[in-house]
Design a protein around this ligand. Structure first.
Ligand SMILES: Cc1cc2nc3c(=O)[nH]c(=O)nc-3n(C[C@H](O)[C@H](O)[C@H](O)COP(=O)(O)OP(=O)(O)OC[C@H]3O[C@@H](n4cnc5c(N)ncnc54)[C@H](O)[C@@H]3O)c2cc1C
Length: 494
């Protein structure tokens, strides 16, 4: 048995932020990580590293890194004011996001980024995926101009280095199994370390050990039949154990338990994320494509929004199709706009000089249905409206279902290419109910459970149905800090 002020379960972004916040206030802190060092860091380690936070202009971005004067001048840095952030979050969650949680997220997001910088995290402008040169000037779109240097792996490394330097103890291969609870307060965690039972006693416990995305049985139970067939984009360690431990002692479930973040993903990707192939399986360029199912039909408006606002819900649409797959089809005009990973080796791609030849190569697709879809689509495009990838250009289709609202192009210029996709689940939305001021977990009577805090994917109530890109990491930092501060206050008062 070992005694600490604060026991943190997990070692992803939320857990590291909680641990650092608690340590900075003088607490002794231990982190329990189910994975071995090589696989540690949870979904945070798999993240691309883009972050959505509120900022009014380039002056706020300069709080995060030095930007050379010519780049400041020659770039349209856009803004993501608090109002814009609220609008996006409320719109994509169909106005279901919890008002207190979303207020904390939006209003504390910039400060969270500045704090991350103070903890050793480095940021760079996201020229790679969120900008284009338009009329000689670089323009950002999608309101996410910054990403972490080194992406998710960089974030976890920076924070781990700082935590170790500051004296946080980390136990790897240590899977938390249950909470030590005397019927009134949480007193620690029972865990298994390399197969041996071990107890960690703490004055406060922070659960930051992810959702249940890696657990096919829970996915089927909560998300519905078919979800066991989704590929897992990230960590294989997030099995819902933290949620179970908390629910077992009466914690209140909250949020969209049948909801999840799930995207279009390489059809033949491995069962779980692979840290050696960081972006190979991403298929985020679909707004420029026709997405085709087994019947040879389109089934979503690929261009209704920037991908940032649709990618997290379109994975579920792919999963619903016959055979749980779709092909993203492009012609030569769109090829230069595809994200770099479309050119990787581990990509299921077919190419052809004619549409008939392509139809024969799209495995599992009704060729006649596909050719009819393309004929009708091509005839429906408003070619009189100019194409502009940096704005919602209104270049749409007329008279077909589903429509394509922006970036519509007749598929007419060979070579044609098809990319085979399926559904990749990122994380689950169902979680626990918390007190927003302290991150303390509430019980089913909405009373705080003494000694129990949570953060990250385990917080329920923020995301419903959909998700604006770049919010998971910021949420982990905002609520990780809140939980770490809440836990340390309770621990030092005990
Ligand atoms: C491929 C991919 C790309 C993404 N890209 C982005 C992006 O660019 N921007 C963005 O904002 N978000 C992104 N996300 C989402 C983001 O990564 C997550 O929302 C966020 O990392 C969740 O952080 P967390 O700390 O709550 O969970 P995690 O980072 O998943 O951490 C959970 C931790 O708990 C551990 N654990 C689990 N069970 C136990 C147990 N029983 N005992 C001990 N430890 C346990 C895990 O090993 C892990 O260390 C992406 C996710 C994926 C998968």
């Amino acid at each position: 048995m070992q005694q600490f002020d604060v026991v943190v379960v997990g070692k992803g972004n939320a857990a590291l932020c909680a641990a650092l916040a608690a340590r900075d206030k003088g607490a002794s802190v231990v982190m329990l990580e189910a994975a071995a060092v090589e696989e540690s860091g949870g979904n945070s380690r798999f993240a691309g590293g883009v972050m959505r936070f509120a900022y009014d202009g380039v002056e706020d971005l300069q709080k995060l890194t030095e930007i050379p004067d010519d780049e400041v001048k020659n770039t349209d840095w856009e803004s993501n004011t608090q109002d814009q952030f609220y609008d996006d979050l409320y719109r994509v969650t169909s106005f279901r996001t919890d008002s207190e949680l979303s207020e904390a997220l939006v209003t504390k997001s910039l400060d969270a980024m500045v704090w991350l910088r103070s903890q050793g995290v480095r940021f760079v402008p996201n020229y790679r995926a969120q900008s284009a040169i338009i009329a000689g000037k670089r323009k950002f779109f999608g309101r996410m101009p910054f990403e972490i240097s080194g992406g998710g792996p960089g974030l976890v490394q920076y924070l781990t280095d700082t935590a170790v330097k500051k004296g946080v103890e980390i136990f790897y291969e240590t899977r938390a199994v249950s909470l030590i609870y005397d019927g009134e307060r949480v007193l620690g965690v029972k865990a298994k370390r390399r197969g041996t039972p071990v107890e960690f006693h703490g004055r406060a416990v922070v659960l930051a050990c992810g959702g249940f995305e890696a657990n096919p049985e829970w996915r089927t139970r909560y998300l519905g039949p078919g979800w066991e067939l989704a590929k897992v984009r990230g960590s294989r360690f997030n099995m819902g154990e933290g949620l179970k431990m908390a629910l077992d002692i009466g914690a209140c479930p909250y949020g969209n338990w049948s909801g999840r973040h799930a995207v279009s993903w390489e059809r033949h990707a491995p069962e779980f994320g692979d840290l050696t192939l960081p972006h190979s399986s991403y298929r985020h360029s679909y707004p420029m494509s026709l997405m085709i199912n087994a019947e040879g039909k389109r089934f979503v408006d690929e261009g209704i929004e920037f991908y940032n606002y649709t990618y997290a819900k379109y994975g579920a649409e792919v999963l619903k199709q016959t055979g749980q797959f779709a092909w993203q089809v492009f012609d030569a005009k769109m090829k230069p706009l595809l994200r770099p990973e479309y050119g990787d080796k581990a990509v299921t791609r077919v190419a052809a000089d004619t549409l008939e030849e392509l139809a024969a190569k799209l495995e599992g697709v009704n060729a006649a249905g596909f050719l009819k879809t393309v004929r009708e689509f091509n005839a429906a495009v408003r070619t009189d409206v100019p194409f502009n990838q940096a704005i919602k250009d209104g270049r749409c289709t007329v008279g077909i279902e589903p429509p394509k609202s922006n970036w519509a192009h007749p598929l007419d210029t060979p070579p044609f290419e098809g990319y085979h996709t399926t559904c990749g689940i990122t994380f689950t939305f169902g979680g626990l109910r918390i007190n927003v001021e302290s991150g303390q977990v509430l019980d089913v009577n909405l009373q705080p459970i003494p000694g129990l805090y949570t953060a990250g994917e385990m917080v329920g109530g923020l995301f419903y149905f959909n998700y604006p890109a770049g919010t998971g990491l910021v949420s982990g930092t905002v609520f990780g800090r809140i939980a770490g501060n809440g836990a340390v206050a309770a621990a030092l008062a005990a």
